[in-house]
Design a binder for this molecule. Structure first.
Ligand code: HEM
Length: 145
């Protein structure tokens, strides 16, 4: 379990970094009417998609093996959890599953058009929503501990 915790904790830096890069890259591409390039834009967005999915999987495993996940809900009950426990066991998992859903929608919708501006726009919008959701429910105190 400690292994999953550590990987989820370190991968979080990489996932956040690549999501920010993919989001900013899409914004710039959109604003400057660039062509959506296979070598660069496609790869950055795909990399961000894959890493967020790996993080999702690790998070799901953690949810079931960690004492801070499902076990906390079972042991303390909804009413018995303080806000820190609720963040780890409930808000962070639910919000981040949703965030990855948005990112995945952005990825698949960008593939449905050949128009570069629309591709950038869809990635910027959906990856942006995902990023804001993730940032809104990071357990910062626990992370930097
Ligand atoms: C997709 C983006 C995600 C990011 C960037 C992220 C990031 C983090 C970070 C930074 C921590 C604190 C780690 C530490 O204590 O050092 C954490 C903990 C945790 N995450 Fe995530 N997470 C993500 C998705 C998920 C998902 C989808 C789930 C569950 C479905 C999840 C479940 C958990 C659980 C249960 C903990 C607490 C683990 C423990 O303390 O034992 N995470 N996450």
């Amino acid at each position: 379990m400690e292994l999953f915790q550590n990987v989820h904790s370190y991968l979080a830096y990489i996932v956040l970094a690549i999501l920010i890069i993919a989001f900013v890259n899409a914004l710039i591409g959109y604003a400057s009417n660039k062509d959506f390039a296979l070598e660069k834009d496609f790869r950055i967005s795909l990399f961000a998609l894959i890493l967020s999915h790996i993080q999702l999987l690790l998070g799901l495993i953690l949810y079931f093996v960690s004492t801070n996940g499902l076990k906390a809900i079972q042991e303390l009950g909804m009413g018995g959890m303080n806000s820190a426990a609720r963040l780890l066991a409930l808000e962070h998992p639910v919000t981040n599953v949703l965030a990855v859903v948005f990112i995945t929608i952005g990825w698949s919708r960008h593939k449905k058009t050949d128009n570069s501006k629309k591709k950038f726009g869809r990635i910027a919008l959906f990856y942006g929503i995902g990023l804001v959701l993730i940032l809104s429910r990071i357990p910062w105190a626990q992370w930097f501990n």
